[in-house]
Design a protein around this ligand. Structure first.
Ligand code: PRP
Length: 186
């Protein structure tokens, strides 16, 4: 069992990105996105659950009018995840026809989730679909997707925190850290 009851989380091998580093980069991303989407009233589309922390900080770093919506997706299981098929468990609340959509992700790993989602979103006739991800694990990429706005390149390690989980845990860590192998190998 973890000893993470009070005090620092002992399941973390190394802090990869601390709170201040993440906050500073999100301020920059907010400025870049505000300039890029000025006058376009973009829709920030958070992909649950992992993006929920990044979304709240990013939205507040953007100083142009935006709207916010969420989708939740889950893979059909390990074998079908490799085919890139994901199930939409919460769809958009409104039409995105004619809208500039900025998809907000915590991490792009193999790229399969986003590849499926973008294809799905394109069928709804948006004006544009742009991707913003906090972490880009380019080394793990299988599907051909590229984020236009990237917070940080991500090493090919098991990272958790700031929205990212292992077995639904660690999402509430304020930083991003590498999980100790014994935690996910046990
Ligand atoms: C994570 C992450 C992305 C996806 C990236 O979600 O939030 O949506 O995996 O992986 P990929 O590029 O290999 O498809 P996950 O399925 O773990 O669900 P969660 O957001 O609820 O944690």
């Amino acid at each position: 069992m973890s000893s993470w009851e009070r005090g620092p989380c002992t399941d973390i091998l190394e802090v990869i990105l601390d709170e201040a580093t993440i906050a500073a980069r999100i301020e920059e991303l907010g400025r870049e996105i505000s300039a890029s989407f000025a006058g376009k009233n973009p829709l920030l589309l958070g992909i649950l659950k992992g993006s929920f922390v990044f979304m709240t900080d990013l939205a507040r770093a953007i100083d142009i009018p935006v709207e916010v919506d969420f989708m939740a997706v889950s893979s059909y299981g390990k074998s079908t995840k490799s085919s890139g098929v994901v199930r939409i468990t919460k769809d958009l609340d409104r039409s995105i026809a004619g809208r500039h959509v900025l998809v907000v992700e915590d991490i792009v790993d193999s790229g399969r989730t986003l590849s499926y989602l973008i294809e799905n979103l394109e069928t709804r006739n948006p004006a544009s679909v742009t991707i913003c991800t906090l972490l880009d694990k380019a080394e793990a990429r299988i599907a051909d997707v590229e984020a236009q706005f990237v917070g940080f390149p991500c090493p090919n390690k098991f990272v958790v925190g700031y929205g990212l989980d292992f077995a639904e845990r660690y999402r509430n860590l304020a930083y991003i850290g590498e999980l100790k192998p014994e935690v996910y190998q046990s």
